[in-house]
Design a protein around this ligand. Sequence first.
Ligand code: UT7
Length: 361
Amino acid sequence: MNTGTRTGTDTGTDTGTGTGTGTGTGAGGRAAVVAGVGGYVPPDVVTNAELTRRLATSEEWIRARTGIRARHVIAPGTATSDLAVAAGRRALESAGAGRVDAVVLATTTPDRPCPATAPEVASRLGLAGVAAFDIAAVCTGFLYGLATAAGLIASGGAGRVLLIAADAFTTLIDPGDRATAVIFADGAGAVVLRSGREEEAGAVGPVVLGSDGELGDLIEVPAGGSRQRSSGRPAGAGEEFFRMRGRETFRHAVERMAAAAHTALEGAGWKTGDVDHLAAHQANARILAAVGDRIGIPPGRCLSNIEEVGNTGAASIPLLLAHSCARGVLREGERVLLTAFGGGLTWGATTMTWPALPPPP
Ligand code: UT7
């Protein structure tokens, strides 16, 4: 059944109005189907112990309040496109031979303000000539990307799409801000989507999306955009850095992810008990526990890699899928519920069955 893109209200519930772009499952049982997955984290690791040497924090605080023990960070000179190319290449290998018709890149940290990063990523992957563009939805970027890629497939605009989510979040973080420096990290994840049938393993269900711009200042980088640049004044002290009102963000993250997940379950015709795995945006281990609890999914069915990789922004869900697939945790035909939340505010959720894939590296 074609449920179209569902727009959330500011309460996070589905208005049912739909924009009719046919995301997820399409008319006549057509669907976007996952055909490949890949993830990449840069080799450099920062442990909690290292952070305590430069910030007023403790290993115990970070572990207890966030669930994170270590995170991967880029080396100087590395950019988002480098992460995206590495993850994209792995997803293409996982999908086997075959060209893709579009590259969609979800990122909060493009290499440059202009042009978009996706065309460079496509060219470096040997895909010059295909449609390539960026999506900006902060930590919900992968789900906005899934809806967009599924729409391209449903409209006939593309037969296969490479969707990458990559963030070099540490380039935005104030190294002296203990509330964000302990959480955010760098990484990339990617999936190849192809046109298929909704009953196939790998099929993506209806994608629920929502936003609330009135709360845009909960998570923001104040400087660097047209408002500050057009004023002709240089950025104020610290305005080029990412800021987050952590406690309020925490509350909205739990509410929005849980509400969007419920709507996605309804759209797919699934019950909570049908879900084998919850793959939620890896924002904070306490947020993950609260979201699982609200939806009614026990901790043993909540996928997590936040302990080793931290919060990797848009990359977090596809990186989690790649890691879980590599570890044999995700098996063919298992039902996965995805939900995310990020700056904007933005949120989203969807369902998918897991396809038969070789474990990615
Ligand atoms: O990716 C999508 C969007 N992001 C999220 O969803 C993240 C949402 N927020 C969070 O994960 C949490 O709010 C944080 C991890 C950022 C903070 O944890 P919290 O339990 O909400 O702490 P808090 O902000 O309520 O702060 C409690 C105390 C404060 O001290 P006072 O005012 O009680 O004296 C903070 O200054 O903890 C202090 N604090 C720290 N202490 C040690 C904040 N960061 C740290 C730190 N080490 N790193």
